[in-house]
Design a protein around this ligand. Structure first.
Ligand SMILES: C[S@@+](CC[C@H](N)C(=O)[O-])C[C@H]1O[C@@H](n2cnc3c(N)ncnc32)[C@H](O)[C@@H]1O
Length: 455
């Protein structure tokens, strides 16, 4: 079959068009298509006929081409739907093999009326039948958090927002709430949340999401969550080793912190948003990581300074400086095997700072943060690796590293060169002129021990 006739055929199976529809009316989407069916007289021949008459059989996505009917006597009849150009009363319209089967009475060709309805078409097909042709691409991108789909519709598609959301809801059985971002997160939103409106489905923004083998419960409308960051979270927490201590300065609901604690890393996790803190506390319980994870609800700069001292004093307190994990033994084993004891280290190996719009401005909190601890920090490698997130104007080919180093240097009060960075990760392009980076570097000793009293 030529491309143009296959194009015509697929058009035949598209839904009817109604560009005036503003409220979804599923009953409008009906179509009756006269076809031919091959009645396979002995059901056991279905595989043979399907294989050998393949060129004559109907192939339309999501449409079953094998139909089971009951005849007047209640006996089952099996029909194979044929392509539209096959005519039941004209054997010149079929391939030789089909003709042979008709002549051998393996099949009989008969008229068949195909009824298509709303359920037979997917989201794109229905929306293409409703939205104006000059609208451009059908808006089909959304991010999902549990049962909630989150759209970020462009201005010109807003008149169709309810239609878009309703069809999306109908066509994705695991989604029951569809919301749209009303405004950009912008720099004004301290907690990185954004106003949203419910477009379709139940008014419930309390979601449950699984990431990295952990469960996260939170209110999507009140905290920050980005389902696109799963790989980035994993890239970072995989760098932590069991028994190390790590501080997550802007932890949100815990997507770095909870999986890290699950792999027996001691985590101090912090978020200024009381709602994030609340969900973090819940998620610690849900994921059973309370032995390894300590939550905080402080401003990031205070947290950086306080956590360094708090960890050190906890590691020196014999009643709090270790975690004992029972070792599973044989049933009734006496005495039971000794527990695995994991001691708490005196210093953090990593700090994570994921607040890209302003995280570098918190770096100043490291200036002099280790002053007086020179006897504890016995080597450069005892100073933490810092993973700080930042935005840079795209395109990526521009001198991002140079600009980012200049920004970091300003806040650390210490010149950082490109060669001082351990890694510069291009996380993703968030807008045509905005790239999201993660910069990793070891805290320089001169910054850690700086005498800030005199400045
Ligand atoms: C981009 S989100 C990242 C959350 C989490 N780390 C993640 O990857 O999903 C930034 C977080 O920083 C928190 N935040 C904003 N200002 C803060 C501050 N001054 N101190 C601590 N946390 C802050 C926000 O509430 C938000 O949860």
């Amino acid at each position: 079959m030529s491309n143009s006739s296959s194009g015509e055929m697929s058009r035949l199976f598209l839904p009817p068009i109604n560009r005036a529809m503003r409220k979804l009316d599923p009953s409008f989407f009906q179509k009756t298509i006269p076809l031919t069916a091959a009645h396979v007289l002995d059901g056991r021949n279905i595989p043979k006929v399907t294989k050998e008459c393949a060129k004559d059989l109907l192939r339309v996505p999501r449409l079953r081409s094998v139909i089971t009917q009951k005849d007047d006597a209640g006996e089952e009849r099996r029909l194979l739907l044929m392509k539209p150009e096959v005519k039941h009363d004209d054997l010149s319209t079929v391939q030789p093999k089909t003709r042979e089967f008709v002549e051998q009475k393996i099949i009989e060709l008969e008229p068949y009326t195909l009824h298509m309805k709303y359920e037979n078409w997917n989201y794109e097909e229905i929306m293409s039948a409703i939205l104006p042709e000059d609208l451009g691409e059908i808006p089909c991108g959304f991010t999902q958090a549990g049962h909630l789909a989150h759209l970020n519709l462009r201005e010109h598609t807003l008149p169709y927002k309810h239609l878009i959301a309703t069809v999306l809801l109908d066509k994705n059985p695991n989604i029951s709430t569809v919301v749209n971002k009303i405004e950009d997160v912008g720099t004004g939103s301290v907690y990185r949340t954004f106003p949203m409106e419910l477009l379709a489905g139940e008014d419930n923004t309390n979601v449950e999401v699984r990431e990295s083998g952990c469960v996260f419960r939170f209110d999507f409308a009140k905290v920050y969550w980005n389902s696109r960051l799963g790989n980035e979270h994993e890239r970072i927490f995989k760098q932590f080793k069991p028994g190390e201590a790590v501080a997550d300065v802007m932890a949100g609901v815990g997507p770095f912190a909870i999986p890290a604690a699950k792999q027996r890393v001691f985590v101090y996790a912090n978020d200024l948003n009381p709602e994030s803190y609340k969900s973090l506390v819940d998620n610690i319980k849900i994921n059973k990581v309370s032995q390894f994870l300590t939550p905080h609800n402080l401003d990031g700069a205070n947290f950086i300074r306080e956590s360094i001292r708090a960890l050190l004093s906890r590691s020196r307190n014999t009643s709090t400086n270790k975690v004992s994990i029972p070792t599973p033994g044989r049933r009734g084993q006496k005495p039971p095997p000794p527990p695995t004891v994991i001691p708490m280290p005196p210093t953090f190996s990593h700090f994570v700072m994921n607040l890209p719009a302003s995280a570098t401005t918190f770096l100043g909190a490291f200036r002099g943060a280790y002053r007086g601890l020179e006897d504890v920090i016995t080597g450069q490698e005892m100073l933490p690796m810092i993973h700080v997130y930042t935005f840079h104007k795209a395109p990526v080919t521009e001198n991002a590293a140079g600009d980012i180093c200049a920004d970091i240097s300003r806040h650390l009060g210490h010149e950082m060169r490109e060669g001082d960075l351990v890694n510069l990760e291009n996380v993703r392009l968030v807008a045509p002129s905005k790239t999201y980076y993660c910069v990793s570097f070891r805290l320089p000793a001169s910054v850690a021990f700086e005498d800030t009293q005199g400045t």
